[in-house]
Each structure stands twice: as structure tokens, then as C-alpha cells.
Design a protein around this ligand. Structure first.
Ligand SMILES: C[S@@+](CC[C@H](N)C(=O)[O-])C[C@H]1O[C@@H](n2cnc3c(N)ncnc32)[C@H](O)[C@@H]1O
Length: 210
């Protein structure tokens, strides 16, 4: 029997959209930084049911998106069709994904903490390679705070990061925004708190040495 790696497969199995269909606020931030007139290709890592990927496609970008869940990808494709856009959406794993393309905007929200420890370094090395010069990236990750409990819907392969750890992978990039916030969440129906680190930065060197 196939090993269950994420509860999201089940959570995405109903017709309702677990995360809704409205895009996250950071999408407009990225669009303002790299409008479609100067940036074309977008990669969404851990796209879930596709709300952000579909929004970016509606704004005219050429969007590639993947998630580990079959149900999420099916719903992302349905959402794209419903909005008369195309998203190149497929099942893949953040730990091992390969793409034969480069991108002007790469983002991942709520998914980086699924990287296994031994894959972190290779992942960000890959991100540096597939980001076009002057392209931008947006990443966030849940971080551990001793005064916060683990969220009730914490997933099978999720692992808290250390505060500030994400930022260390981008020390050679031009930092456009760095942030750590604690916020209330109601996902899974039980109110709880998260601490999240977020970074937006620009690739300003062609070759990064790690
Ligand atoms: C918090 S949700 C965020 C989904 C989406 N980015 C959004 O904001 O709507 C985390 C996502 O990570 C996906 N995920 C879990 N493990 C993964 C992996 N190893 N590779 C790719 N995606 C994964 C889950 O299926 C889920 O869609």
C-alpha cells in the first residue's frame, strides 16, 4: 500500500476549496515588483488547489505549478478551466522536483517546511539556478517558538524551522523584504497561532556559490 505522506490529499478531496479560491495578498506584491510587461514565467511550489497559480495566470503570466497531492492538482486544473486560463500543473515533490525551465518569479507559501533536512541546501541551490537574473522569489516557512504550541492540523512530514534559518539561504541575494510575524489561524476549525518567516528577494548575480 502507498504510504500516506500528507493529510492534504484527504483535506482536498471534497468539492469545497480548503484554502478558498481568493489569491494570497503576496501575489499582488510580486506583480507590482515584476509586472507581466517585464516578467513572464512563474513557478508555484506547493500550489495546493491552485488559487494563487490561477490568479497569476489570469494576470497574464505563464504559470507552472506543482503539489504532492493529486486532488490538489485536479482542483487547480478545474479552477483554471473555470477561469478560462491554463496552468501547467502537475504532481511533484518539493524534495526532488526537476524542471527544465527558468523563471522570473518563484514562490512557495506554506510548503517549505516539508523539505527534509538533508534536501534544504540542494533545494535552494536549485532555486538559485532556475531563477532568471533579476528574477524574484517569495518564500515563507513556519518557525518554532517555545511559547507556541504545534498547530492542531500539523501534517505528517512537516517540520518547524528555526527562526531566521530561511534568510541564511539568501545572504547573497538582494533582500527586498524580510519579516517574522505571529498570526492567528483557524485552519482545521480550531483557532491557533503560527509564527512565520517570510522573504522576498532578487537574484542579482548570475552564479551563486553555496
Ligand atoms: C499549507 S498548504 C499551502 C497550499 C498553497 N500553497 C496555498 O497557499 O493554498 C501546504 C501544501 O504543501 C503540499 N505539500 C506537502 N508536502 C509536499 C511535498 N513534499 N512536495 C510538494 N508539496 C507538498 C500540500 O499538499 C499542501 O498543498
Amino acid at each position: 500500500m502507498e504510504k500516506i505522506r500528507t493529510n492534504y490529499e484527504k483535506w482536498y478531496s471534497s468539492d469545497d476549496y480548503y484554502w478558498g479560491t481568493k489569491p494570497a495578498g503576496f501575489c499582488d506584491e510580486l506583480i507590482n515588483l515584476r509586472p507581466v510587461s517585464i516578467a513572464k514565467k512563474v513557478l508555484d511550489i506547493g500550489c495546493g488547489e491552485g488559487k494563487d497559480a490561477v490568479y497569476m495566470a489570469q494576470k497574464g503570466y505563464s504559470v507552472t505549478a506543482f503539489d504532492i497531492t493529486k486532488n490538489g492538482i485536479e482542483k487547480a486544473k478545474k479552477l483554471a478551466a473555470r477561469n478560462n486560463v491554463t496552468v501547467d500543473a502537475y504532481v511533484d515533490d518539493i524534495n526532488t522536483f526537476q524542471v527544465n525551465d527558468t523563471f522570473d518569479i518563484i514562490y512557495s507559501t506554506g510548503t517549505v517546511q516539508y523539505l527534509f533536512d538533508e534536501n534544504k541546501y540542494a533545494f535552494f541551490e536549485k532555486i538559485a539556478k532556475i531563477t532568471n537574473l533579476n528574477g524574484i522569489v517569495y518564500f515563507n516557512v513556519f518557525v518554532e517558538k517555545p511559547f507556541l504550541q504545534l498547530p492542531p492540523d500539523w501534517d505528517i512530514e512537516e517540520k518547524m524551522w528555526k527562526s531566521g534559518e530561511l534568510f541564511c539561504f539568501f545572504s547573497d541575494w538582494k533582500i527586498l523584504n524580510i519579516n517574522e510575524v505571529i498570526f492567528k489561524d483557524n485552519s482545521g476549525g480550531i483557532p491557533h497561532f503560527h509564527c512565520m518567516d517570510t522573504i522576498i528577494c532578487e537574484k542579482v548575480n548570475q552564479d551563486y556559490k553555496f
